[in-house]
Design a protein around this ligand. Sequence first.
Ligand SMILES: *Cc1c(COP(=O)(O)O)cnc(C)c1O
Length: 376
Amino acid sequence: MSKTTMSPITTDFTQTDHSGGRLTINLGALVQNWQTLAQLAAPGECAGVVKANAYGLGLEPVSRALWKAGCRTFFVALPQEAFELRTYLPEASIYCLGGLTPTGASDFAGHAIRPVLNTPDEVREWADHDGAHEAALHVDTGMTRLGLTLEDAANLAADADLMGRLNLTHVMSHLACADEPDHALNDVQIASFNKVRSLFPGLAASLANSAGTLQGARFRHDLARPGIALYGGQSVIPCPVDLRPVVTLEARIMQVREAKAGEAVGYGATKTLRRDSRIAILGIGYADGYHRLVGSHPDAHVMVNDQLAPLLGRVSMDLIAADITEPHFDGVRAGMFVDVINSQITVDRVAGWANTIGYEVLTGLGPRYARTYLGG
Ligand SMILES: *Cc1c(COP(=O)(O)O)cnc(C)c1O
């Protein structure tokens, strides 16, 4: 991994020349973020969470770049993601957070995928299938989502026969409120998790997501599981370390047009122009994951030649409109690209305009963009 080898490779079938938007994913920045998090996690290990197509950024390029950087343990949500990841990383430890599917045990074992066992039934099924294969045990400590109850966990720990037929590597739990450091549930979960750990003294422990990894030693154990922070998304404010943005999104100007004061822009005619205006029509919309709610936010904008251009009217399926009336936009023409997400218009900023979170903006990045990967 060296910064000097940043040559762009277009890996998507969607050619830049034919797309309404181009997405640039900086794998060098992703790797730097992983290294930063790995330093925080040390002496524990730092995994990579690559579920949902690596948070929308591409499972294959992202996981290969992380592997090359030294990441050896990966988490996905679903078996289909695990099996795909296995084709890219034959030697990685791959955990499937969603656990076993009803008929899945032999496929898991066959591809050396480690299920995260979430229920007593899954625990028994895995033990009955073939005790030699690794798995992690997930205990719910207060999120009320997947995982064994504390009582289930205590029963399992006391069952020497069952434990003897399992090859558990980790006991883990998941934090509900790590992005809010002062939330009372954090202490409750940490205390419960410490109890759970004492039930399984031989197992490595894993609790921290991105926010937990960034926040301090009390959340960190033997294995950190960051996702969003790898991809340049925000998980805690303020962030104690420098994490780099990974995604740049640009939209093509399809048309530049003039309109008179009093005319309306877009569906529903929600935006009436107060002055004679010049408008750039851009080739991305909600079908590309550019959230429709963004259009209702008064601060929403794109950047043209480093200048802010406010959005006008609603977000359409394939198009948005931006105000380029100001004289510093003279010379802006159809065919040029404008910045929709960059180091100033962050993923979290766009998310805020749409009343959502950076995770949803990233995982929503659509399949029509021409994708270019830098570095890695
Ligand atoms: C998604 C997920 C993570 C990663 O969370 P981030 O907030 O993206 O860091 C870690 N652990 C579990 C169980 C998850 O579902």
